[in-house]
Design a protein around this ligand. Structure first.
Ligand code: FES
Length: 492
């Protein structure tokens, strides 16, 4: 528990805003709108009267113990609070086997740039991952991850864009720069001097650079800069558009799609739901507003991949068994846990094909453990995310002019806390059953692309080529996508 004793800054600022001003991390999935219930703090003494929103999100027992929502509480004078900071212990899968197209020979280690060591980074909306790369020996020496501390301004890119546009641009920039510096120090390097290659979605790169996000949130959604460029010790990998960033370019290259004769699909299960289809001749990309459900965001008891996060679930005849990360006491559901509990509830017919929960659990949710529930609202979040991704992928397949039989592989990427269960992913309709045998969970392909660039600067041309040549398919207002989106809201 983090303990904070302070004098209120007054001027109507919420406790959440005051913690943000002091650089103190507290998860706030909805960005302070009072709609997620995640910014829980406990007043050690003199808790203020609970607001209606607090009565909605905080149990009576917890209200009595002094728990409140930081974004709802505004006070004058001294206050003393405590809160959980376990998200600081986030763990994320970082393994990734960099592929070349099956028809392309391995790149030779002597192609490496000989710069000694470099850091390769993926800035995800939820997690930041950094690898120390020995460029002479062409290998990864160590990898570290941390929560993206901008999460205290909201779980998705839209909340971060909003916060940046409303005056918090510098705070967001310094939070991510401090995360990078801390990871670099943990890798035993000096953040001021070591060259660092940065992959990540376009918004994350804007926030790192302190660029204006004014045009990111409004049509025609124009980014300021998505080219390959350098900023001090940073090399920023190129993106394609506002919502298809360097992370997907990195993933395309790490999966060898740009060198493959055959058509492959890449889906990144991040909040932007970025995806690509193609081969060495042509690549199409798209993004869908999938939301952060598969990263544990906007889920009632959702958490990042921290120790104690429920990562796999089985329900048999009403008996629930689960595993948590690190074998710790359950604290919530991470992305893979969300996916698995959804699958199990469908399998046990406790949720029907429309997404309606059995009436026994409709009001209070299904108890996965004493402290963790999965609610009707969470089912909706999963429906929205999975239908957006499935419909997006099928629209890309159609636009590309192929069918499932012509797709050699579907790569499923994402920085999950634990490996995703593909059978269960197909079972909830996130993936087509037809491609299950050819689907591979590839882990953090954005980080893998950054590592590949650090290992081998000769890959630079590939990044520029993919960034320039990939064609974006807009799904907004696309009638084919819209029809599929409605169709896939149902559980098959
Ligand atoms: Fe406070 Fe969401 S309810 S940040």
């Amino acid at each position: 528990m983090k303990h904070v004793k302070a004098i209120s800054e007054g001027s109507g600022l919420s406790i959440l805003e005051q913690l943000q001003n002091r650089g103190i991390f507290l998860p706030a999935d909805c960005g302070g709108n009072g709609t997620c219930g995640k910014c829980l703090i406990r007043f050690v003494k003199n808790p203020p009267e609970p607001t209606p929103k607090e009565k909605k999100f905080v149990s009576e027992k917890n209200l009595e113990q002094g728990w409140r929502l930081a974004c709802e509480t505004r006070l004058e004078g001294e206050f003393e609070i405590e809160f959980d900071q376990s998200e600081d212990e986030i763990v994320a899968q970082t393994e990734f086997q960099i592929r070349n197209g099956s028809d392309v020979p391995e790149e030779e280690p002597e192609d490496a740039g000989g710069e000694g060591t470099m850091i390769a980074v993926d800035i995800g909306t939820t997690t930041v991952a950094a690898s120390l790369v020995d460029t002479a020996q062409n290998k990864v020496l160590d990898t570290r991850t941390c929560i993206n501390h901008q999460r205290s301004f909201g779980a998705d890119v839209i909340s971060r864009i909003k916060a940046s546009n409303e005056g918090d641009k510098e705070k967001l920039k310094s939070l991510i720069r401090e995360d990078l510096a801390e990871l670099t120090r943990r890798l035993g390097q000096d953040p001021e001097t070591i060259r660092t290659v940065i992959s990540g979605n376009t918004t994350m790169q804007h926030l790192l650079e302190g660029l204006s996000c004014e045009t990111l949130g409004v049509a025609p959604y124009t980014p300021v800069d998505i080219s390959l460029h350098e900023d001090g010790p940073f090399t920023l990998l190129p993106g394609i558009s506002t919502y298809v960033g360097a992370d997907i370019v990195s993933g395309i290259i790490a999966c060898g799609m740009d060198q493959s004769d055959e058509v492959c699909i890449l889906i990144d299960l991040g909040t932007n739901g970025e995806m690509a289809i193609g081969n060495k001749d042509r690549i199409l990309v798209a993004s869908t507003a999938a939301g952060p459900a598969f990263e544990g965001g906007n889920i009632t008891c959702g958490v990042a991949g921290i120790p104690g996060a429920i990562s796999s679930v089985e329900i048999n005849d009403g008996t629930v068994t689960f595993e948590t990360i690190g074998g710790k006491e359950p604290v919530g559901l991470c992305g893979t846990g969300v996916l698995e509990v959804m699958y199990e509830l469908l399998k046990e017919e406790l949720v029907d094909e429309t997404g309606c929960m059995d009436e026994e659990y409709f009001d209070d949710g299904f108890p996965v453990s004493d402290a963790v529930v999965f609610t009707e609202k969470d089912v909706r979040e999963v429906q929205l995310a999975k239908s957006a991704i499935r419909a997006g992928a099928e629209t890309l397949i159609k636009e590309y002019g192929v069918d499932y039989g012509q797709v050699r592989a579907l790569y499923l990427a994402g920085g999950f806390g634990q490996k995703i269960n593909l059978k269960k992913a197909a079972g909830i309709g996130l993936l087509p059953e037809e491609l299950l045998e050819r689907t591979e969970a590839v882990g953090n392909s954005s980080l893998a692309g950054a590592v590949l660039y650090a290992k081998n600067p000769a890959a630079r041309e590939r990044f520029v080529r993919v960034s320039d040549k990939a064609e974006e398919v807009s799904l907004t207002g696309n009638p084919f996508f819209n029809d599929l989106y409605m169709e896939h809201m149902m559980f098959e």
